[in-house]
Write a protein that binds this ligand. Structure first.
Ligand code: CO
Length: 212
């Protein structure tokens, strides 16, 4: 394991190489931030956003937390989403979970880990909601499917948020995606649950009330 001093050395080397490859790289980057993507992912050290989708500094706005949650009471995540949508005008928000997620696995076990139990409580509720579909699955398949269901739920939460609803009502081009990354292969599985309009959203979640 490198020491913190070595990390600083790594940084100096990286910055030097970047400048060599492209002179003025940092100066140019420091004057503007125009990413087209926002990434909401797990804090897991094995799922580094930029690296696995091949994006450079400045190209993806990132929010990460344990088990890639989008909670309606989490001002940290919501502030990020609002800034990305209203100020940076991103075109895509990608919720990326991963198979073998410790947060997801912890939620379906009866083990208690401390304060994080509160954080992953929604995953536990989601597990109960889908218990019928999940019953009879092997431990591995259950874990994999729960990682997928967790992402689908967060895509839903995000789509139900006033920030996203308002953006869609204003005609903004914004697509929400749900992906799951596999640690064993380095590959992302697209769950095909993208949303880009309020059309299929229940009226109670809409920013402007719908009278039917
Ligand atoms: Co995780």
């Amino acid at each position: 394991m490198p020491t913190p001093e070595q990390l600083l050395e790594n940084n100096a080397n990286w910055a030097e190489k970047r400048e060599q490859d492209k002179s003025g790289f940092f100066k140019h980057l420091s004057t503007q931030q125009k990413p087209k993507y926002m990434w909401i992912g797990c804090s897991d050290s094995r799922v580094p956003a930029n690296e696995i989708i091949g994006l450079e500094p400045g190209e993806v706005f990132v929010h990460r937390n344990i088990a890639n949650q989008v909670h309606h009471t989490d001002f940290n995540c919501l502030s990020g989403v609002q800034y990305a949508v209203d100020v940076l005008n991103v075109d895509h928000i990608i919720v990326t979970g991963h198979y073998g997620c410790g947060g997801v696995n912890a939620a379906v076990e009866s083990t208690h880990y401390g304060v994080v139990d509160n954080w992953i409580r929604g995953i536990r509720d989601n597990y109960i909601t889908h218990q019928e579909e999940l019953s009879g699955l092997s431990a591995q398949k259950l874990s994999d499917r729960m990682s997928e269901l967790n992402v689908i739920k967060q895509v839903e939460n995000l789509s139900h948020s006033r920030i996203v609803q308002k953006a869609w009502e204003e005609g903004k081009k914004l697509t929400i995606h749900g992906w799951v990354y596999r640690l064993e292969t380095g590959l992302i599985h697209n769950l095909d649950v993208s949303r880009n309009a309020s059309d299929d959203i229940e009226p109670v979640y809409r920013a402007t009330p719908v009278h039917e």
